[in-house]
Design a protein around this ligand. Sequence first.
Ligand code: COA
Length: 320
Amino acid sequence: MRLKIYGTGSALPAKKVSNDLLSEYMDTSDEWIRSRTGIVNRRLAMEETTSSLAVEAGRKALEDAKAAPEEVEIVIVATFTPDCSLPSTACIVQDQLGLTHAVAFDLNAACSGFLFALNTVQAYFSAGVYRTALVIGAENISKVVDWKDRGTCVLFGDGAGAALCRAEDGAACNFVQKSDGSGGAVLSLKERPIAHLFRECDEKPGKMYMNGQEVFKFAVRKVPECIHEVLDLAYLKPEEVDWYLLHQANKRIISSVAKRLGIPEEKFPTNLEEYGNTSAASIPILLDEVNRKGMLKEGDILVLSGFGAGLTWGACLLEW
Ligand code: COA
């Protein structure tokens, strides 16, 4: 049994923040951000939360797939920015969407989270445990970035994307997923200082830290490598793929991957210009956009690939 996506959805906060607006609050410029990353705008959650965005994206994916809430047997939310530690965002989604027969849990693999969640679902499908799944990537990153660190805060945005998946005979589906904990220090978020009955602490919760250049080097090396690996599993060549949907972190990373694969950039749609890096939400938001624009035909071969903190990275090859 293989995973096939039947419907997609996405949700974005209403507040649009341009590079120019950011430059009124910090020492940066539209030219700097645009030339180094390709990002022009991002959405920042004001009233929205990770769970409200996840619920909206999930509802749209159910509608797009014409799936009844009771049909869903598992819901996984990939996020590193849940509203709260308990309950999980997935349990909030399960309740609010009336997914009465679904088991629900969150998964944290940072920006690779949506891919890791899809692979988890694929494993359940292969084992015959479940047949219908809702996979969501949802983030509220604006609440954890350090707004005094201009090299990092300008890159991120908030949002959610979702896919309704069903187990099906025959459809192509391959995964490669990787982790290297020894690289954890290049992108970290130590939110909770240790404080308890026997240890007083007046430290404030930590903010996100990133060594941008190290992340850049890691991404341009590992993404093409794992795409080649997933193509080998499917006995396909790079040119046989119809669409490459990559994690939307940086236009220069995407251009470098296209070049290394020898594939024209037209096969790499982007939306980071409008939303910045939305971590686990970036691939499903992009997938929803290309789906709703009617760019995907039945039988198209899609490669989804991403990278992020952990370090984590991976690729997924799907038949649409
Ligand atoms: N506006 C203006 N100047 C800025 C700036 C900003 N927002 N942020 C940093 N700068 C300055 C730096 O202070 C530095 O100045 P200096 O030379 O006087 O010290 C200069 O710009 C160059 O900084 P540098 O870090 O060398 O830039 P870069 O070309 O490496 O680009 C990133 C920085 C973050 C855009 C780039 O490294 C990157 O995109 N990395 C990948 C990050 C990523 O994808 N993260 C998500 C992982 S899921």
